[in-house]
Every structure is written in structure tokens, then in C-alpha cells.
Design a protein around this ligand. Sequence first.
Ligand SMILES: NC(=O)c1ccc[n+]([C@@H]2O[C@H](COP(=O)([O-])OP(=O)(O)OC[C@H]3O[C@@H](n4cnc5c(N)ncnc54)[C@H](O)[C@@H]3O)[C@@H](O)[C@H]2O)c1
Length: 316
Amino acid sequence: MKILVTGGAGFIGSHLVKRLLNEGFSVVCVDNFNNFYDPQVKERNVKNFINNPNFRLYREDIRNFEVLSKIFERERIDKIVHLAAMAGVRNSIRCPSLYTEVNIPGTVNLLELAKKYKISNFVFASSSSVYGGNKKVPFSEDDPVNYPISPYAAAKKAGELICYTYHHLYNLNITCLRFFTVYGPAGRPDMAPYKFTRLVLKGDKILMFGDGSSQRSYTYVDDIIEGISSALDKELGYEIINLGGSELVSLKNFISLIENISGRKAKIKRALEQPGDMPITYADISKAKRLLNYAPRTNLEKGMTIFISWFKKYGK
Ligand SMILES: NC(=O)c1ccc[n+]([C@@H]2O[C@H](COP(=O)([O-])OP(=O)(O)OC[C@H]3O[C@@H](n4cnc5c(N)ncnc54)[C@H](O)[C@@H]3O)[C@@H](O)[C@H]2O)c1
């Protein structure tokens, strides 16, 4: 069984590749090692499996249909996990066209090839950001998500829509997984768990946007990998499924947790709320439980303890 992981050099992708190789799958990775954050981090992510004979790396761009076509001709791909994307809400507000130019055409390219090569299962990385300013909590897959509040969220929603179209027209099995604030070793440097840990450990000021009452369903990366792996095993037609953590934590309490684990005091400077930021992301995971047997196992305290010790070794 050969699985294509797009974005396999990134944070979630490299954890997934590791897991798939350990389970005996062959893995093809397409990643362009872009500089959204230091590409050296991605080099380090793939270092552990670059010499594995069951792993093949293509340093290519998902926007390049010709190159992707050649990869599909050469490799006999059975399933796809499509993670490659420009990620990050705030950056998408700074450079919106990059997000629509990468995330939407890139996804269409992969769906076209999934159709052509009759791929048995396609997993698409969507995001809790599609819920926008949804007031009803917890967020359920049945809630209307017609009001994305950042270009990133709009592009993810567009991805879900075009996935449905390909399922409808060509009967492809496609599962769109909405990830909720994923953290863990090799985490993304632009995200709160990484940023706040770095600032607390260095004794630098944390800019806390808003009054600290915003809340998140932080999700440990191993739980996300469990969910992806289960979605890959199941041919569900077309489904959208939340993958979130089991606890809801306010920003203030999240910073306190980092202080407690690291034994360092945070220097907090308050700032205005940022446009595009959501006041709450709270996952209803009952559908994931039902369809994927999903049950997050790592609570925030344990996950952040693992992350902070990883950060002390490798973080910058
Ligand atoms: N981390 C989270 O909390 C989170 C939450 C919701 C959704 N997601 C989604 O999950 C996926 C993985 O996120 P991540 O946190 O691991 O981010 P990441 O930035 O670490 O990984 C994305 C990878 O895609 C690659 N990539 C980007 N554009 C590409 C292109 N044009 N061609 C080829 N490769 C390209 C990047 O180089 C990177 O390695 C993304 O689709 C992201 O939007 C992540």
C-alpha cells in the first residue's frame, strides 16, 4: 500500500509519515519546503526517514500539475493525505492571494489526479477556522459555516466544497478533517504553544491579544495522527469530521500552564484582539468518535510537558 502525503515535511505531515512508515506502508511525500517558517525545521523533520527505502521525497509544488502527473505516473499511489497548504490565519490576512493561489488550485490538482488514478481514499486537512465567529458551542459539523473570517478559513472552506464536488461527480471517498489547534514536538513556530513557550523560556514579553479569555480545543499531534490514520482506513463516501482535543482552555490558563510546567514566570503585555482571530474554537468530537473511533488520549498538561521538553532540546 502506497500513500501520498502532501506537506509531509511539515509539522503534522512528518508525524504522519513516521507513523505510516512504522506501520509498514510505502510513503511518497510532496513538499516544496517553502519559507513560511524556517525550512531547516522541515529538513530536520524528514531527516529521520529520508534514507528509509519505503520513503520517497519529491521537493515539488502542488501547484505544478505536470510535475504531479509525472509523480502519479511513476508511483502507484493507493491513497492520499493532502496536508500541503499555506497555513496560518494571521499570515493569510497579510498575503491573501498566496492562500487562495496555493490552497485551492493545489487541492484541485490532487483531486484531478485522484480521479484519474482511481484513488481509493482521499483525506483532506481542513480546519476549525471554517467555523468563523460561530456562536454555538461546541462546534458541530452540522453548523453552518458560511462566514469565514480570514482568507485562510475561506480557502479551507473552498477546499471542502471542491472535495464534495469530486465525490459527487466521480464517487471518490473523501474525508475532510477539521483540525483544532494542533501542538506537539516539531510544532509550527507561528502558533501559540510554540511562540509562548519560546517567550516564557527566554524571559521575553508575550503579547496577549484580548483579555486572555479566548478559548481553544488544543489537540496533541499524536491524537490527530490517530484520527488521520483511522480516516485512511475507512471508505466513508464524503464526510466532514472534527478532530479536536478533549479540553477547552482559556488563553490565560494556557499561559499559566506553561509557567507551571517550565517553572518560569511569563511577562505578559496586553494588546488589542487581532482581526481574523476566533474568540473560541471548541470541537464537538462525537462524530469523530462514532465514525473513526476517535478518542483524544493526551491531555493538555501531559502534551505540553512533552512539548516543552522537546522545545528545550530543539526549539529556537
Ligand atoms: N497545525 C494546526 O493546528 C492546523 C489546524 C488546522 C488545519 N491545519 C492544516 O493541516 C495541514 C498541515 O498543517 P501543519 O500545521 O503541519 O503546517 P506546516 O506548514 O508545518 O505543513 C504544511 C506543509 O506543506 C508544505 N507546502 C505548503 N505549500 C506547498 C506547496 N505549494 N507545494 C508543496 N508543499 C507545500 C509546507 O512546506 C509544509 O511543509 C495544513 O493543511 C493546515 O492548514 C493545521
